[in-house]
Design a protein around this ligand. Structure first.
Ligand SMILES: [Zn+2]
Length: 256
């Protein structure tokens, strides 16, 4: 049954646009961080920003910077997630709502960020195992990163020691597994409790867990490599004090 006789094609098209504008973007990178190209439908336009029904572009968040790349050949310069919608800033011609686009991420940048993100989780695991000290913050760029920990003071010889311990875990080539757990299962997991999984809002019913098997398990929305061997090696660039109970470590990721 037609639900309205009075609506012409133009009204139907505008209703279609209005419905698509609020549509959540499916985050393809959560299940497969190795996807580089994809097809998607444009759900909304806001100036030079394009919303899609699905994407492999990682939006800035969780300490990991956004991907760059192209949408139907036009450069993507920024990617932001607002609510459930991922917005891609395009430098060039903006596609039309309802149209299909092909996207491709800059793989060199993305893979460098995956190696760096995994290196930081290895660092967290090693520091927890060795000193039972929790991370308080961090940030990364492709192949460089900093992390802050609750040390006071820093242990003697910390820089060289951490480099040795992290590189041993990278050389051990531990597999990395991504799972989606019901909230009740995740909050009961002892390995996840130390990473404050219970701080995740109650409204989140499924929690994505990144498990560096045998070393570090975290609720995490970032992109990671398949095994620690793929990271390469790290070098500690600097350790510094950022005040009482807050010490910073800077690392770079290099080829093995
Ligand atoms: Zn992470």
């Amino acid at each position: 049954m037609r639900w309205s006789w009075s609506s012409g094609p133009r009204e139907a098209a505008s209703r279609h646009r209005a419905r698509m504008a609020g549509m959540a973007t499916e985050l393809l990178y959560l299940r497969d961080a190795y996807l580089r190209e994809f097809e998607a439908v444009v759900t909304a336009i806001d100036g030079d920003r394009v919303a899609l029904d699905r994407t492999v572009f990682y939006p800035t968040g969780g300490g990991q910077p956004h991907d760059t790349g192209t949408l139907s050949g036009q450069p993507v310069t920024s990617v932001r997630k607002e609510g459930d919608v991922v917005w891609h800033t395009v430098d060039g011609q903006v596609p039309e709502v309802g149209g299909t686009v092909t996207g491709a991420v800059d793989w060199d940048r993305r893979h460098a960020l995956m190696r760096t993100h995994t290196a930081l989780h290895v660092l967290c695991g090693v520091i927890w195992n060795e000193w039972s000290t929790a991370v308080t913050g961090g940030n990364m760029e492709p192949l460089t990163a900093r992390m802050d920990f609750e040390f006071d003071p820093l242990p003697e010889g910390f820089g060289p020691r951490i480099e040795e311990l992290v590189n041993a875990e990278l050389a051990a080539d531990r597999p990395i597994e991504v799972a989606f757990l019901p909230r009740s299962t995740a909050v009961a997991d002892e390995d996840l409790i130390r990473t404050k999984v219970n701080m995740i809002p109650e409204s989140v019913t499924e929690i994505r867990v990144v498990d560096i098997v045998g070393l570090d398990k975290q609720a995490d929305g970032g992109t990671h490599v398949r095994s620690t061997g793929e990271v390469g090696r790290i070098r500690v660039l600097k350790t510094e004090s950022k005040g009482k109970g807050n010490k910073r470590i800077r690392i770079e990721v290099v080829d093995a």
